[in-house]
Design a protein around this ligand. Structure first.
Ligand SMILES: [Mn+2]
Length: 313
């Protein structure tokens, strides 16, 4: 494993003629946005580039240019093996799903997760950046790669969604400068937020039921919202934003979203104002960032909640 700097990363990309891009399963705005931005940048550099992801692109991101070119892992069996597999916004090998099995090329990783497990042959890690989209915008700026309006929309979406539209503590001067660079290059903040924040009556109905059972244990320092198996069946993959319903409640430090992804499997999302939730997620084999992290606990929802509360301040 080699830690890459901006020059050694450039050399690796320059040397590769064919590149497969991938991101983590259940891709969020940053995964999709940074990948689409990098895809178009690499096309401009004359690379033979494919996007292969072990999850479909969520509908709310499908307005972005080239979102329809993202292929499932099976596509790699008919493609020639690329020179490199470039993994964006994923911090572990497991997070890229089946792509890791079907792609045999050397893996290079561009990421901003402090919990990155350094699984790649080479890693360009910038944990002080709010988003992988922020990294890609920075690389384009430093390498004098033109940012087209469609790349700008994609990178702006990546940056904005990973910092809560410039509200979270990971928002820095540099984050705002890279967002401004995207807008300067043609990104449309209003169009991006209209697509990302688009909701549905089904979603409102789920929220209403979930809100009926919110809890504030530990003297109100923890806010918990839970999607049980019934609500998960209604929600499907669309579970973004629920944790925000409790995070801004006065006195809440750690906001928790519990999702019953199976009868004995609970997915946990953690957001905090002060507590290091990367460490707490790490206790259960997960990770992420200091103020935003996740893990999976192999227990039913209520039992997972009890175990989690033992670890929370
Ligand atoms: Mn990210």
């Amino acid at each position: 494993m080699e830690m890459l700097n901006i020059d050694s990363l450039k050399a690796i990309i320059d040397d590769a003629q064919s590149i497969v891009l991938t991101v983590h399963v259940n891709p969020d705005g940053d995964a999709i946005g940074s990948m689409l931005g990098m895809y178009e940048a690499l096309l401009q550099q004359g690379k033979n580039v494919q996007m292969v992801v072990d999850s479909p692109v969520p509908h709310k991101f499908s307005f972005l240019k080239y979102a329809d070119r993202v292929q499932p892992p099976e596509a790699l069996q008919s493609l020639e093996q690329p020179d490199i597999l470039l993994v964006l916004d994923a911090s572990t090998f497991e997070r890229i799903g089946k792509v890791g099995e079907v792609c045999k090329a050397p893996i290079y990783n561009i990421d901003h997760h402090i919990s990155n497990t350094k699984f790649a042959a080479g890693l360009y890690l910038v944990p002080e950046f709010a988003a992988t989209g922020e990294i890609v915008a920075h690389l384009c700026e430093q390498w004098h790669w033109p940012i087209t309006p469609s790349m700008a929309d994609a990178l702006y979406l990546g940056i904005a969604t990973d910092c809560g539209f410039f509200k979270f503590s990971n928002t820095t001067e540099h984050t705002l400068r890279m967002a401004a660079l995207c807008v300067q290059c043609g990104a449309r903040p209003q169009v991006v937020s209209e697509h990302v924040e688009l909701t549905s009556m089904n979603r409102l109905a789920i929220m209403r039921k979930a809100l009926a059972n919110v809890e504030f244990p530990h003297d109100g320092r923890v806010g918990i919202i839970a999607l049980d198996e019934e609500l998960m069946a209604l929600a499907g993959d669309d579970t973004d934003g629920y944790v925000d319903l409790v995070r801004n409640v006065e006195g809440v430090d750690v906001a928790v979203l519990l999702k019953a992804v199976g009868p004995k499997t609970t997915r946990v999302s953690l957001r905090s104002k002060a507590t290091d939730v990367n460490q707490i997620a790490g206790h259960f084999g997960g990770g992420g960032h200091i103020r935003a992290a996740g893990c999976t606990i192999q227990l039913p929802l209520e039992a997972a909640k009890a175990e989690l509360l033992k670890e929370l301040p």
